[in-house]
Design a protein around this ligand. Structure first.
Ligand code: ME8
Length: 666
């Protein structure tokens, strides 16, 4: 029977731009939605941004813009990033949207009326990174283990949610639903946390200290605080969806939360008790994954060791990273990301594995038949391969539903290896020379190509566009949306023999590991003492060796008055965008202190492929250059840049120190 499932990702803080840790959970939701669609189920997928609180207010202050301008910008970067890499979400919620604010106030009032919110004075240790109080037992050497900072002692009169009142009910729920929190280790962690009495939860901040939040409906001197605000997004988005009418009854009870272990407590303790207080059903599942590590530590914006999705996409293709994610991370445990490991896995599994199987079989089929080969007469080995494929497809649903992606991929790799062995034994390239063995040759090629067809269907939720291209090449055009039953799609023996095929394109070209190793070594040396903490986004920082300079003759002399006519301003980039259809241009929105940021088209794309990398940076803008109407829109200024010493790259001009945004430059 078809199921309905509502997948949610965390809504991400907008104090910094997305990195591949955020991408993992988002790609997970996207993959699960596509997988369930393939199975004929119906899904809804929500993601979004978490925009209130102390840490966002601090980041906005640092960037010298209003919190609203700041969150508009970074939330836009999240949304644009997901769009550019084809994340298929049904809704994107922002906690600053009126639909969300309304709902939070409604629930706060309801829980207050029921007597589960009270006013009291409290002293506690607050971690701004986690946006919550930490208990002494959570601290390691007096520091937050995730952010490695010493929490602030806060003493304040505030509103509290009677979380403790729901402790027994929560324990009973977890015990009655063994797979409510998955994998089991996180369920056990929550149960052990619940062995000690649960403290009530502080849910407010006085406006005298923080205004950047949602006002309490029963006390306008206070705003509600991060978690009571943020968690409700999962329902507020359903109550007022983009489609219009309330769809919460249909989708809320079938909700699967996807989160990493950093927010387990908030999702498995705060959230269900809030729902109990509001008389709402609990979500169906909480699926918890581990961390992507960079070296020894969690990849995180506060530690600065991040890789940006769009930068990765520009160099290696985002779908290849999605494959790496699912192959490398055993769901629930941590996994390491390095470019080197990615390249190794890509070359082994995709370039030499799937890609090579496809190109070697399709190449001979194209030359010998000009078409997909006939089935030929089955052999014992080919039947074994067909049986192995049948076992794989039969176990696929359980593997994905049990979040055993890495296992499913390992089984796929075994099938691929068995098929490769068969091809090596049968040597179809030699059979092609013998007219009497045409049937044998057809049979081997058919088996190889049929395995590719089946694997491309199984991998389509993970690499949707790449697999769609492979399937189209193999003449498999049936939709992967449940219209054709899954079992029918993947039954062995459906390759359309006789359909013409072209020479196979290179679906997975090999990555030159040595070339990249040199590049990484060079960049590590160049960035060893760089103060920019994003320096570890290595591929964004490609530099080239120094070569002697040749100077062009100076232009005719000008006076200081001539120079004074050029109005140079310090501008802060508030957002950076791709320009569809333009190879060289990026679109930057630059704030120089006017009512609206300026739109500037800059020809820096080939040197700086990720336009979002400029957000928050200060550049020099020629502010009184006559605006230029371009094919893509009006360009209202020009940013200063020069050539690198080797003349190979463009380097955007910046300052040796912080400057005041909007000020003139002399
Ligand atoms: O916690 N490895 O937002 P956030 C794996 N706003 N996943 C990672 C990761 C890593 N290194 N880094 C980030 C918040 N993530 C709150 C959530 S929900 C009502 C409010 C992913 O921006 C992972 O999904 O800190 C993690 O749970 C989430 O980003 C934290 O995002």
């Amino acid at each position: 029977m078809a199921q309905s499932i509502y997948f949610t990702t965390p809504i991400y803080y907008v104090n910094a731009e997305p990195h591949i840790g955020h991408l993992y959970t988002t790609a997970l939701a996207d993959t699960l939605k596509r997988f369930h669609r393939l199975m004929g189920d119906e899904c809804r997928f929500l993601t979004g941004t978490d925009e209130h609180g102390e840490k966002i207010a601090q980041s906005a202050a640092q960037a010298q813009v209003s919190p609203q301008a700041f969150v508009d910008n970074i939330s836009g970067v999240f949304r644009d990033t997901w769009q550019q890499i084809h994340i298929d979400c049904d809704d994107f919620i922002r906690t600053t949207e009126p639909r969300h604010v309304r709902y939070v106030q409604r629930i706060l009032q309801q829980v207050h009326d029921a007597g589960d919110i009270y006013f009291d004075e409290y002293t506690g240790k607050y971690c701004v990174g986690c946006e919550r109080y930490l208990t002494d037992s959570e601290l390691v050497d007096g520091r937050c283990p995730d952010h490695q900072t010493v929490p602030n002692e806060v003493k304040e009169a505030n509103y509290f949610f009677r979380m403790g009142r729901f402790q027994e009910r929560l324990i009973a729920h977890i015990e009655a639903h063994p797979d409510w929190i998955r994998p089991a280790r996180y369920r056990n962690e929550v149960l052990s946390f619940l062995r000690v009495p649960l403290e009530d939860l502080c849910i407010s901040r006085p406006k005298s200290r923080l205004t950047w939040g949602i006002e309490l409906p029963f006390d306008d001197a206070y705003v509600t605080y991060v978690w009571f605000d943020a968690l409700l997004n999962y329902i507020s988005a359903l109550v007022s969806p983009p489609e219009g009418r309330d769809i919460s009854e249909r989708w809320w009870p079938v909700c699967h939360h996807l989160i990493a272990k950093d927010i387990l407590k908030t999702h498995a303790v705060y959230w269900p008790t809030m729902l109990m207080a509001a008389n709402l059903p609990l979500p169906a599942h909480i699926d918890v994954h581990g961390y992507w590590l960079s070296g020894e530590s969690k990849m995180s914006k506060s530690l600065g060791n991040v890789v940006r999705p769009l930068t990765f996409d520009a160099h290696f293709g985002i779908e290849n990273l999605r494959y790496f994610f699912f192959r490398e991370m055993k769901f629930g445990t941590d996994a390491g990301f390095t470019y080197e490991l990615f390249i190794e896995r890509y070359n082994a599994d995709l370039a030499n594995g799937l890609g090579n199987l496809l190109s070697r079989t399709a190449g001979i089929a194209h030359r010998s038949f000009g078409a997909l080969p006939p089935k030929g007469t089955a052999t014992e080995t080919s039947e074994n391969i067909a049986d192995q494929a049948a076992a794989l497809t039969a176990g696929y649903r359980d593997a994905f539903e049990g979040r055993a992606f890495h296992q499913a991929i390992e089984d796929m790799r075994h099938l691929l290896a068995a098929t490769d062995r068969y091809i090596n034994e049968m040597k179809p390239w030699a059979l092609a020379k013998d007219p009497e063995r045409r049937d044998d040759m057809a049979q081997v090629l058919y088996t190889g190509l049929e395995v590719v067809r089946i694997l491309a269907i199984l991998l389509a939720p993970i690499m949707p566009r790449k697999c769609a291209d492979i399937l189209a090449y193999l003449g498999e055009t049936r939709p992967l949306d449940g219209a054709v039953p899954f079992a029918e799609l993947v039954a062995f023996g459906q390759l359309s023999s006789g359909a013409p095929i072209d020479k196979a394109p290179q679906f997975f070209p090999r990555i030159d590991a040595q070339k990249w190793a040199q590049e990484f070594a060079q960049q590590t040396a160049d960035t060893a003492d760089a103060s920019d903490t994003s320096a570890q986004d290595k591929s964004a920082l490609a530099t080239a060796p120094e070569v002697p300079r040749v100077m062009a003759p100076p232009k005719p002399e000008i006076t200081i008055d001539d120079f004074a006519k050029v109005d140079l301003r310090v501008g802060m980039v508030v957002s950076g965008h791709e320009v569809p259809g333009a190879d060289k241009l990026v679109r930057l929105m630059v704030d120089i202190g006017e009512a609206q940021p300026r739109q500037v088209f800059a020809g820096i794309k080939s040197h700086y492929p990720d336009p979002a990398q400029w957000v928050g940076k200060r550049l020099i803008l020629v502010a009184n250059l006559k605006p230029r109407q371009m094919k893509f829109g009006l360009s209202e200024g020009m940013i200063l840049a020069g050539s690198s010493v080797d003349k190979q790259r463009l380097v955007v001009a910046s300052f040796d120190g912080e400057l005041c945004g909007g000020d003139g430059v002399r």
